[in-house]
Design a protein around this ligand. Structure first.
Ligand SMILES: NC(=O)NCCC[C@H](N)C(=O)O
Length: 410
């Protein structure tokens, strides 16, 4: 780390953002077809060049506001360049003998370990088809090769890498590599794991939620205030994941209170951050349809002075009340996405609630959510608008597309 780099870590969603990890859309998005887009968790087929333009504009906006932008693809290439162990691990997570058979898997793994780092990074992100297999079928006896269609994947692509918030998140000075619930995304964490383990920028960084496997996705984790974390439980993060995360955060003294928040198990609200994000130290933007029904179980770390971590569970009670209590504020202000149900539902679907705070009261939002953005501004929030017509087809907004690596402490 250079001496001028800001300290790593985050204790809130709104402290001034210093460093963020984004993923510039790449060839993994060109893998999407009408036949696989549902399975790969996209609602349509993005126009990739335009998505990249939109993303470049997002990154440029952050840079213009003094934020250091790190790109996942660059970090991965640098990691694979400096570390042989990273290569071995990355390849073994991508090459699956159960799918390819032992001989093809072995041959492919040997080949991949030998290619230049940028090419390997590209394959680990964008995958590979049988047509693209770089090794010949020698004596022509690979049943796997004969029986697969040329367009089938030898290595599945990772189009959802774009949503860097989900595959890792920082809490305190530690990073958590998450455990993604769905097959289409599971391998993403093998890449964030490599980056944080082997990239020189992150040497010495300690882990949170280490070695836990119950599903926890970063989009479900909201750092409400220093020591206070909300965890959504729904389509992705499971009750077991929330419980394990809470215990782990307590043991590492990264939190004293965790609010576990049930959310509808459906695509529109796949993560807590699709219905609620923080826009100021005491304010959230929230989908109005859930404002009065959202509840929370409050789990607290009890310290009896013996060093043994005990927990208490309270609830469920209304989320807004539980949050304000835990944060030690009288009231959590709510800015909602509109009174008209149809507009609110449309803007929630288009990630109106999924804003990224650059500082208290300053957020990045998709321009298309006109009503939500107007309501944010009417409440005194500065809204920096970005285009997202193509980026949005994966159903994620500015918060989903960013993993804050360094924020000023509150
Ligand atoms: N935090 C988020 O809500 N991330 C958006 C993830 C979208 C992605 N297509 C997914 O379904 O996982």
């Amino acid at each position: 780390m250079t001496s001028s780099a800001p300290p790593l870590g985050a204790d809130s969603e709104v402290g001034a953002l210093r460093t963020v990890m984004l993923h510039r859309p790449g060839d993994e998005l060109r893998r999407l077809t009408p036949r696989n887009n549902d399975q790969l968790l996209f609602d349509g087929l993005p126009w990739v060049d335009r998505a990249r333009d939109e993303h470049d504009a997002f990154a440029a906006l952050l840079v213009s506001r003094g934020v250091e932008v790190l790109l996942l693809g660059d970090l991965l290439t640098e990691t694979l360049t400096v570390s042989g162990a990273a290569r071995v691990q990355g390849v073994s997570a991508a090459v699956d003998p159960r799918r390819l058979g032992i001989s093809l898997a072995k041959e492919l793994a040997t080949y991949l370990r030998s290619i230049p780092a940028p090419d390997l990074a590209q394959i680990l992100m964008a995958g590979m088809t049988f047509d693209e297999l770089p090794i010949g079928d020698g004596d022509g006896v690979s049943l796997v090769r004969r029986m697969h269609h040329g367009a089938d994947f030898v290595i599945e692509p990772l189009p959802n890498l774009l949503f860097t918030r989900d595959s890792s998140f920082w809490i305190g000075q530690r990073v958590a590599i998450t455990s993604l619930a769905l097959a289409a995304r599971a391998r993403e964490t093998s890449l964030t794991d490599l980056i944080y383990a082997f990239h020189p920028r992150f040497l010495g960084v300690r882990r949170a939620y280490e070695s836990h496997t119950a599903p926890v996705e970063g989009g479900d984790v909201l750092l409400l205030a220093p020591g206070v974390v909300a965890v959504g439980v729904g389509e992705r993060t499971t009750p077991a994941g929330a419980e394990a995360l809470a215990r782990s955060l307590f043991e590492d003294e990264l939190a004293h209170t965790v609010l576990v928040v049930p959310i509808a198990q459906e695509r529109a609200s796949m993560h807590l951050d699709t219905v609620c994000t923080m826009v100021d130290v005491d304010a959230v933007v929230m989908y109005p349809m859930i404002q009065h029904s959202l509840s929370a179980f409050t789990i607290r770390r009890e310290d009896d002075g013996t060093g043994v971590v005990a927990v208490t569970i309270k609830g469920a009670q209304p989320f807004l009340e539980a949050a304000a209590d835990a944060m030690g504020i009288g009231k959590l202000r709510v800015i909602d996405t509109g009174l008209d149900n149809v507009t609110a539902e449309r803007e929630q679907w288009d990630d109106g609630n999924n804003t990224l705070a650059l500082a208290p009261g300053v957020v990045v939002a998709y321009e298309r959510n006109v009503e939500t953005n107007a309501r944010l501004e009417a409440s005194g929030i500065e809204v920096l608008r970005i285009a997202g017509s193509e980026l949005g087809s994966g159903r994620g907004g500015p918060r989903c597309m960013s993993c804050p690596i360094s924020r000023d402490q509150l």
